[in-house]
Design a protein around this ligand. Structure first.
Ligand SMILES: [Ca+2]
Ligand SMILES: [Ca+2]
Length: 222
């Protein structure tokens, strides 16, 4: 009897916390389906943005010109796993090449973010690259790749409040004008409603009251 009560409590608590985990509103935000869901603009004829495999010391477009890129490992609120792939901006003559998608947002508070990595071989190139990552009008990242870290994953994260329902852009732009220029890898792009890192108070209350109930039962059995 007691075992059944405790089991029911655990199931109820996990259901409550399950509803608190918001889904990613960005389609294919971890690029596990290649560039499905994303729109490319100004993609250059040579070496357009593509998705590469983690840990693959292979030529473009399977890997990053022989350099194995480690899986994204910076702390992130992305509900998607880093998985096997990431997107790779690499062209040396990209006249503001972009990768973007439009998502519909209702009024509310949203957590937004993505992660970036500058491969060592690209970083060694003389030409710089200007990278901008913008979600729903918020420029989370806007910098010259030369000023960022090399061979280190970092996550750009923030929050935004949407007051008008509508379509909002998730957009990455990449500008280079010299051969060879620096490159950037991105992964785990996310837009989630609310903040998933804070446990729902209701599930904690539920768990607390259920444990109390189990304690009462135990006393009665004695
Ligand atoms: Ca991924
Ligand atoms: Ca390049």
């Amino acid at each position: 009897m007691l075992k059944n009560v405790v089991l029911a409590v655990i199931v109820a608590a996990s259901c409550a916390s399950g509803t608190a985990e918001a889904a990613n509103l960005v389609l294919n935000g971890s690029f596990e389906d290649g560039l499905t869901g994303w729109t490319k603009t100004n993609a250059p004829a040579s070496y357009p943005v593509t998705t590469i495999l983690y840990g693959a010391a292979q030529p473009y477009p399977v890997g990053a010109f022989g350099e194995a890129i480690p899986q994204q490992n910076a702390p992130t609120n992305s509900p998607d796993a880093a998985g096997l792939r990431a997107a790779y901006f690499v062209s040396d003559f990209s006249n503001v090449e972009t990768l973007s998608q439009s998502i519909f947002l209702n009024p509310g508070v949203y957590q937004i973010g993505f992660s970036t990595y500058a491969p060592r071989n690209g970083y060694a190139n003389a030409g710089d690259a200007v990278f901008v990552g913008s979600i729903a009008g918020v420029d989370l990242a806007s910098y010259n790749v030369s000023t960022g870290p090399v061979a280190l994953w970092q996550t750009y994260a923030g929050a935004t409040t949407i007051t008008t329902a509508g379509n909002y852009l998730v957009s990455f732009s990449f500008l280079t004008n010299r051969s060879p220029s620096k490159d950037i890898v991105i992964d785990q792009v996310y837009v989630i409603e609310g903040n998933p890192s804070v446990p729902e108070p209701t599930s904690l209350v539920l768990l607390g009251s259920a444990l109390l109930g189990a304690g009462v039962l135990r006393r009665r059995r004695r």
